[in-house]
Design a protein around this ligand. Structure first.
Ligand code: GLC
Length: 661
């Protein structure tokens, strides 16, 4: 790893134990600074593949599009988007010359990967950055060097490998209890139940809805505990501007909110609660203060949270609305009494997440006052760090489930992420297959998409196909938006087919958790593109819809409606595992192309030759999963099991070699 410094970079703390900078230029491509703009250009060979950029849209191979690191509240994950919620500026160019780059700049970064010119990789950002350059034997070697440099990934509590049910729209205690009862009545495993913004009083962080949850929240939490359910409340970044609301009053008094240019007045934007202020997470005191507020929930025994709206999302601001008001008046006052419709729509849309607003407020950091746009991508990261640091005090030596919507590399040490507001679309099955390896490269191991799709109406077959991927992702959560078709498994006549998938997940938990710990311990990936392991196989390099999971499994999911099978490429001989109605068959298959049947009501995946996967007995909760009796998948002889107590922060990992008996 080599480090090059340009201008005066802000310390993002993405890299731990930072190294001395090398004078001069990166040994590859051409880097330049003109008018305080940094550019890097590299001529790609026709066969070069570009991996990385974490959560971004499009393929595993990122070539042929332009991506922008700019954390955005973007509910439309269409293929023409350039930015989603996170900024993961790590990429690997793999070809004749294989190397990695990490652009450690927390503002706006453009990655033109063969978009303007098909053979040119062009990166640009403001010239205040650290650039890390990696050389290595292959992709995995570079990934492991990078992961060592950014520090160990957050380890989630083991219970968070259970199935989670979520929906924006559960409001009352009975709504939540009914979900649990339905799961129990249908004998479907579940461990987590998510509480979206309606549990709060008027969307005010760290409060409980007075009518529903005050004053007997303890009783409610205990009822859930007695059913082995962990509640997972959401926490949003914005704090409602409201007199006598403690979080607002305390923060205002102590200057914990982001300020306008005068460094005195609070910046006021708007999110779910209406007009809101933004905690200054880049200020140590403010970060510490906000984190300790989670105590309002941990004191009831809550041990799991998700952090949202922390790009930070801004629906509008006072300033944007003033501008819009003027524009509307002008439109309406014109002689023809006509409104230029498209212009009007654009003006209305432009008040949302506007760059003007992001340039309007400031952070009071150790390095002095800094305008938000220069450090925008660190906001969600530091919100999550704030919670993590507080949990160390509030729940000493206990792991807390924490995942965020927005992130930057470095945040992977404090929590996981979910991939935000996807849609109930078939194309979003492919999207998640493309995101998973890149997210792992960036250090995010605890991750997964909203299964079933968040926006729009799902269909039972789409939910099943989503779950056939979700069986393998550490975060396995079904979440949907208010107003969309309800998508809990029991909403569909196929409930038992859906339940079968969740049951298989629980049988796989000892294996999945072990592979997850391995990936963290050994700074490697839980989800790999085929090309990462089969680097000399020219076909493996082109496969975008199959993934390796851990060291043993390969998945080749169905991502099109009404398909009952698909072609699958096996880079080596494998066993095809078919799980149907509780019984499992294993068939040896030769290397090469196959057409594999994959009906809706089965789970089909592959185990690599000479490998072994332990499948435990059925369990309805993670605490009841075990390997007391094992059904072996694969034709190997041993499996190396990583395990720990699943709950302590500094739990020791034990490594046991399991032998097929
Ligand atoms: C955002 C989140 C989504 C949540 C909603 C309401 O859109 O991404 O998951 O349900 O806000 O809180």
């Amino acid at each position: 790893m080599e480090k090059y410094v340009y201008g005066k970079p802000f310390d993002t703390q993405a890299i731990i134990n930072d190294i001395e900078a090398v004078p001069g230029q990166v040994p590859i491509g051409i880097s330049a600074i003109i008018d305080h703009k940094f550019t890097f250009d590299y001529m790609m060979k026709p066969d070069d593949i570009v991996y990385g950029l974490g959560e971004q849209v499009r393929g595993i191979n990122k070539r042929g599009w332009e991506y922008i690191s700019w954390a955005t509240d973007e509910p439309h994950h269409h293929e023409d988007k350039r930015s989603l919620y996170s900024a993961h500026n790590f990429l690997i160019i793999s070809g004749e010359k294989t190397f990695g780059l990490f652009i450690d700049y927390p503002g706006y970064v453009k990655f033109d990967i063969g978009y303007t010119r098909s053979d040119l990789l062009h990166i640009e950002c403001e010239a205040d950055l650290k650039l890390y350059y990696f050389e290595g034997e292959d992709v995995l070697d570079i990934v492991s060097q990078f992961r060592k440099a950014i520090g160990k990934s957050y380890i989630a509590p083991k219970f968070s490998f259970g199935y989670g049910q979520s929906r924006w729209g559960y409001k009352t205690k009975d709504d939540f209890k009914n979900v649990v009862k339905q799961f129990e009545n249908h004998d479907i495993p579940i461990d987590l139940l998510y509480m979206d913004i309606d549990y709060m009083q008027e969307y005010e962080d760290f409060t409980l809805n007075e009518k529903e949850f005050e004053p007997d929240f303890s009783e409610f939490v205990n009822w859930m505990k007695s059913h082995k359910i962990h509640l997972v409340p959401i926490i949003d970044a914005g704090i409602k501007v409201k007199d006598n609301y403690f979080a607002y009053e305390e923060g205002k008094k102590n200057n914990y909110f982001c300020k306008l240019k005068d460094h005195k007045s609070d910046f006021i934007g708007a999110v779910w609660p209406g007009y809101s202020v933004l905690p200054d997470f880049l200020n140590d005191e403010a970060r510490n203060w906000f984190g300790l507020k989670y105590e309002n929930l941990t004191k009831y025994g809550i041990d799991a949270f998700w952090n949202d709206m922390n790009e930070p999302a801004l629906f509008y601001s006072k300033y944007g609305i003033e501008r819009l008001n003027k524009q509307l008046k002008q439109f309406l006052a014109n002689d023809k009494n006509e409104v230029p419709y498209f212009k009007l729509c654009m003006d209305v849309e432009s008040v949302k997440n506007s760059m003007d607003d992001y340039c309007r407020f400031y952070h009071n950091t150790k390095e002095g006052w800094i305008r938000h746009d220069k450090v925008h991508n660190l906001y969600g990261y530091n919100m999550t760090k704030s919670a993590y640091e507080a949990f160390e005090k509030l729940r000493p030596n206990k792991r807390t489930l924490m995942f965020s919507r927005s992130s930057y590399i470095g945040m992977h040490r404090y929590g996981g992420i979910w991939t935000g507001d996807n849609k109930s679309w078939w194309s979003h099955l492919d999207l998640v297959l493309h995101q998973l390896p890149a997210l792992n490269m960036a250090g995010f191991l605890y991750t997964g998409p909203d299964l079933g799709g968040f926006g729009e109406d799902t269909t039972p077959d789409l939910l099943q196909r989503f779950l056939q991927i979700g069986v393998f992702t550490p975060l396995m959560r079904n979440h949907s938006a208010i107003g969309t078709r309800e998508q809990e498994p029991y909403q569909f006549e196929q409930v038992q087919e859906i339940a079968q998938l969740i049951r298989l997940r629980y049988r796989l938990i000892p294996y999945l958790y072990s592979e997850y710990l391995k990936a963290i311990e050994n700074d490697t990936l839980m989800f790999k593109a085929l090309a990462f392991d089969f680097k000399d196989d020219p076909i493996a390099k082109t496969i975008e819809d199959q993934l390796l999971i851990g060291n043993e499994i390969m998945i080749a999911p169905i991502t099109t409606q009404n398909a009952t099978g698909r072609t699958v490429y096996l880079p080596e001989p494998m066993l095809c595992i078919v799980c149907k109605k509780g019984s499992i068959t294993q068939t040896v298959m030769k290397a090469g192309w196959h057409y594999v049947q994959y009906p809706l009501n089965e789970l089909v995946f592959f185990v690599r030759a000479g490998k072994l996967v332990p499948l435990g007995p059925n369990a309805n909760h993670v605490q009841d999963t075990n390997l007391d009796s094992i059904e072996w998948l694969g034709n190997g002889t041993t499996y190396e099991l990583y395990s720990d107590d699943g709950i302590s922060e500094n739990a020791e990992i034990s490594i046991t070699t399991l032998k097929r008996s």
